[in-house]
Design a protein around this ligand. Structure first.
Ligand SMILES: O=C[C@H](O)[C@H](O)[C@H](O)COP(=O)(O)O
Length: 262
């Protein structure tokens, strides 16, 4: 064990550990991207190795694919799977209707394709991701590199015409160079502060030439598994409301605490 986990990592871990119980033998499961999803992948890897769980995972990024293979999960492509029983992924924000902002790690495109191709999407999150109104987290928009500054200007003009509060947009960087997604595209982060009509904004953004996809996940998530630093978990379901409170022992598996890096 590398040391005591921070409360936020404990919260991520218990959410991921609880959500891993949704995975059953024979399922095809979308595996999300990010630090919370990495906990999930480690938990599932342990269930494969120790309990003989048999399922196929469809990763949403090269990072997740690498980690999944490392921990012993059988990885297949979305085209091989065609349709998935379940996707479990993290989020940057979720609201009371379980609408999401995703893409803080730049994987929103594959994540949205995979989640949309699933019977059920379960989001794993710590309480810090819960918001009343989406938008405090900058909204990632994946754009084609060709003419990206023109696309950026078009987005900014559209935000003005929609009377959106924040209109500042920035190109995501990776050091001195633009950040490049797994699909070879760029990310524009939209600093909106508050998104009044997320459904409308998602539709408008996706109609613009040059925009590949945006990080608003509307009506896609079915369940949020919320983790707390003291080991509590809470399940919120879009149809059934809050359906479960539980407490998990986050020291149940010490080897999961090593190699936290994502
Ligand atoms: O592109 C990245 C994904 O949408 C992540 O699921 C999201 O950014 C949340 O990541 P984390 O669990 O690290 O907060």
């Amino acid at each position: 064990m590398t040391g005591e986990l921070s409360p936020i990592d404990k919260a991520k871990f218990v959410a991921a550990r609880r959500a891993a119980d949704f995975v059953e033998d024979g399922m095809r499961v979308g595996l999300g991207t990010g630090s919370t999803a990495a906990w999930l992948v480690r938990c599932l890897g342990e269930m494969v190795r120790q309990d003989g769980l048999k399922f196929k995972g469809v990763p949403t990024s090269t990072r997740t694919a690498e980690l999944a293979r490392d921990v012993g999960i059988e990885v297949i492509s979305l085209d091989e799977a065609r349709w998935l029983d379940l996707t479990i992924d993290g989020a940057d924000e979720f609201d009371g209707d379980l609408n999401l902002i995703k893409g803080g790690g730049g994987a929103l495109l594959q994540e949205k394709i995979v989640a949309t191709a699933s019977d059920r999407m379960v989001v794993i999150a710590d309480i810090g991701k819960q918001v009343e109104t989406l938008g405090a987290f900058p909204l990632p928009v994946e754009v084609i590199p060709f003419g990206w500054q023109t696309t950026q200007a078009l987005i900014e003009e559209t935000l003005i015409s929609m009377d959106v509060l924040g209109r500042d947009t920035t190109l995501r960087m990776n050091g001195e160079a633009p950040f490049v997604t797994d699909e070879g595209n760029y990310i524009l982060d939209l600093h909106l502060h508050r998104i009044g009509n997320a459904r409308q904004l998602a539709l408008v953004l996706n109609q613009m030439p040059g925009v590949v996809e945006n990080g608003l996940f509307i009506d896609i998530c079915d369940t949020v598994v919320l983790g707390f630093g003291d080991g509590r978990v809470e399940l919120r379901d879009i149809n059934e409301g809050t359906i479960e409170h539980d407490r998990l022992d986050f020291v149940e598996s010490e080897n999961l605490f090593t190699d936290l890096s994502d």
